[in-house]
Design a protein around this ligand. Structure first.
Ligand SMILES: NC(=O)c1ccc[n+]([C@@H]2O[C@H](COP(=O)([O-])OP(=O)(O)OC[C@H]3O[C@@H](n4cnc5c(N)ncnc54)[C@H](O)[C@@H]3O)[C@@H](O)[C@H]2O)c1
Ligand SMILES: O=C(O)C[C@H](O)C(=O)O
Length: 339
């Protein structure tokens, strides 16, 4: 799937680990029996960089694990459910979390807060206890709030490392690349779009001017494209008519992010992914977490790239994003600290 990377991976692994044991890259998926969790687990099983898979869900993960474990790649797969979180997390180096409820038509991501905030908080407590040094990727919505929730729990437990906590916003760039590719009749693999901000509605800020294909898009086409990137999630929620939100494209995006993270942890240089992290970029405006292109390294976040030059339209988009994002972040922080 990630063939270009895989070719590169092989050479990096060959260089970095030829004379030693293969790096332990055990990945835990929390929420592994869900709409995202199942295809994500399959994609991770087919990633040669993943050496072990620990699949946890409150229900159903042992069945998913038994199924996925028959795929003939080298990694070990184990399934855990109910109270087995300790065993699921022990030894995990990367933890990807799609646990929580998805939207139904008419809902915003923030409407999921009441249910998902406590799920994410409880999982964070377990991670702090059983895998405090792991790198963590959060998929559960609302990402703009669940990442701060996770961070606050880790801070309270004294194990927060801002280099190792990521909100997964890869789906926004996957969509942007596909939608712009459709308009420009270009292969999406050649269409790289930077998307910054957060992961919901107007907090999603595509920077089309920064890509050759996006530069010439203007007028109504520009407006419609920005709207489609910002509200692509709603398109899927509506089409699924009450049965959930994006699962397959999210699994693809989550597997891509995980593959990039592991390549960087393994020592590959120049690995850049967009992700929602603790960021200095707009901290002075009360926005403590922000998604931008982030260079990943052996310790997690290596360098947070600035947003670059913006057009007047993009400045307007950013102006609309920041207050909403600040509110979502504050809500997450207060959820943990007012309890
Ligand atoms: N970041 C993104 O771009 C993005 C994209 C799509 C969906 N999402 C979000 O991902 C989440 C999951 O979506 P889905 O479609 O897979 O939902 P789903 O309902 O199909 O699956 C969620 C799974 O989480 C499990 N779960 C619930 N509480 C748990 C807990 N405490 N520990 C472990 N597992 C638990 C459930 O049993 C279920 O199997 C939603 O919040 C959704 O909004 C985020
Ligand atoms: O739209 C949703 O609720 C799920 C996800 O955040 C998405 O962008 O598809």
């Amino acid at each position: 799937m990630f063939s270009r990377q895989v070719t590169k991976n092989t050479s990096v692994l060959a260089r970095g680990f030829a004379s030693s044991a293969r790096a332990n890259r055990k990945v835990a998926v929390l929420g592994a029996a869900g709409g995202i969790g199942q295809p994500l687990s399959l994609l991770l099983k087919s990633d040669s960089l993943v050496t072990g898979l620990s699949l946890y869900d409150i229900r159903g993960a042992p069945g998913v694990a038994a199924d996925v474990s028959h795929v003939n790649t080298n990694s070990e797969v184990k399934g855990y459910e109910k109270d087995d979180l300790k065993d699921a997390l022990t030894g995990a180096e990367v933890i990807i979390i799609p646990a929580g409820v998805p939207r139904k038509p008419g809902m915003t991501r923030d409407d999921l807060f009441n249910t998902n905030a406590s799920i994410v908080r409880d999982l964070a407590e377990a991670v702090a206890e059983y895998a405090p040094k792991a790198s963590i990727g959060i998929i559960s919505n609302p990402v703009n709030s669940t990442v701060p929730i996770f961070a606050e729990v880790l801070k309270k437990k004294g194990v927060f490392d801002e280099k190792k906590l990521f909100g997964i916003t890869t789906l926004d760039v996957v969509r942007a690349s596909r939608f712009l590719g459709e308009i420009k009749k270009a292969d999406p693999k050649d269409v790289k779009v930077t998307v910054v901000g957060g992961h919901s509605g107007v907090t999603i800020v595509p920077l089309l001017s920064q890509t050759a294909h996006g530069k010439g898009v203007d007028g109504e086409t520009y407006k419609a494209l920005v709207n489609r990137i910002q509200f692509g999630g709603d398109e899927v929620v509506k089409a699924k008519a009450g049965t959930g939100s994006a699962t397959l494209s999210m699994a693809y995006a989550g597997a891509r992010f995980t593959n990039s993270l592991i390549r960087a942890l393994n020592g590959e240089t120049g690995v850049v992914e967009p992700t929602f992290v603790k960021s200095p970029l707009y901290e002075s405006e009360g926005v403590e977490y922000f998604a931008s292109n982030v260079e990943l390294g052996t310790e997690g976040v290596k360098k947070i790239n600035p947003v670059g030059e913006l057009t007047a339209e993009e400045q307007e988009l950013l102006k609309a994003c920041l207050p909403d994002l600040a509110k979502n972040i504050k809500k997450g922080v207060e959820f943990v600290n007012s309890a």
